[in-house]
Design a protein around this ligand. Structure first.
Ligand code: SF4
Length: 330
């Protein structure tokens, strides 16, 4: 067996069956893509501004030879529906922590083979979906998601850079074709025609908006029940219709995430946040982002008693309370 087979087998023993390899190199071909997005003002606040950090893996490992991309399917239960909802990816244990545990194990295994190995889980600016597509895990759809054959786009991605020379996999040639379903389904028209993803405006993507510290008033009504994340472009995608579900037990949705209650969410205190929400994949943005989104939805989806919020101890929450009253002329 080759080293490649050994690594694939080790991942498979750990329940990971979508894994691919590509040469570690500078992605010069992405220069025009990042350039154009910068010129069009399409970068968002979470995006790395320094180009080299986005295209040059050697910044992270000088003598890197191979990048390994691994997909972690997260869709555990696709029968959850409600007027207010958390995005599917947020409902289980915080994926950053889960992926780190798996990736550490795989790196330790590779290091045991006498090689260097360094993992990344949302912790560098390299284009993880592009790398995954080069590694043959799937293709990038018009909605900018990586679409895999078995799990559709319901996957998290992690990468490992190693100094092992491993035969690269072939990238996937399949594409969206003429399909434009997600373009018309997107509530804010963030998905735009053109070379895949190049004109998409992540600054008006509702998933991003629900996570922003400041939401401009014009987006209040667009939230439409979204508590964190969006999912619309994924739900409508034909490639997501008959996907296999995840068996990674850490992603099993918590009950309170499946059936969220606005009254509870609007009033989360520090203890409740720590015990029930910080542990999920939407915990990293903090308590008040979830409270704020619940309050916005209390205005537009479910009429919930909110007057107590005018005396809330958080100026941030009081500010949204008064802005919402003004916006809805109440
Ligand atoms: Fe591509 Fe259609 Fe899926 Fe959008 S909905 S990502 S256009 S296949």
């Amino acid at each position: 067996m080759s080293v490649k087979d050994d690594i694939i087998k080790f991942c498979s023993i750990n329940g990971l069956d979508v894994i691919g390899f590509s040469e570690c190199r500078i992605f010069h071909e992405l220069n025009p893509y990042f350039d154009k997005r910068k010129k069009l003002g399409l970068e968002n606040e979470f995006e790395e501004k320094e180009l080299d950090k986005k295209i040059n893996p050697f910044i992270y490992m000088e003598d890197g030879k191979t990048i390994i991309s691994i997909a972690f399917p997260y869709l555990y239960d696709n029968d959850i529906s409600g007027k207010v909802y958390f995005s599917d990816y947020t409902m289980g244990r915080d994926y950053h922590l889960v992926l780190i545990e798996y990736m550490k194990k795989i790196c330790t295994y590779i290091q045991g083979l006498g090689a260097k190995a360094m993992y990344f889980v949302d912790s560098n600016a390299l284009p993880e979906r592009y790398i995954a597509s080069l590694c043959g895990l799937g293709f990038i759809g018009k909605n900018n998601m990586l679409i895999t054959k078995r799990y559709g786009s319901y996957v998290f991605l992690g990468e490992i850079i190693t100094d092992l020379v491993i035969e690269p996999d072939e990238s996937v040639t399949q594409k969206c074709g003429d399909c434009e379903i997600c373009l018309s389904a997107c509530p804010t028209s963030a998905i735009v025609k053109g070379k895949v993803g190049i004109n998409n405006n992540s600054n008006i993507c509702l998933s991003y908006i629900t996570q922003k510290k400041d939401i401009e008033d014009l987006w209040f009504e667009k939230l439409g029940g979204r508590l964190f994340g969006c999912d619309t472009c994924q739900k409508v995608c034909p490639y997501n219709k008959k996907v296999e579900l995840s068996v990674i037990k850490e992603f099993k949705p918590y009950e309170h995430m499946k059936t969220p209650e606005l009254k509870v969410l609007m009033n989360i205190d520090n203890k409740l946040f720590k015990d029930m929400y910080k542990i999920t994949s939407c915990g990293w943005r903090g308590k008040n982002i979830i409270r704020r989104n619940a309050i916005i939805n209390a205005f537009i989806i479910e009429k919930v008693e909110i007057t107590a919020l005018q005396k809330d101890t958080s100026p941030y929450i009081r500010d949204y309370y008064y802005r919402l009253l003004k916006f809805f002329k109440l």
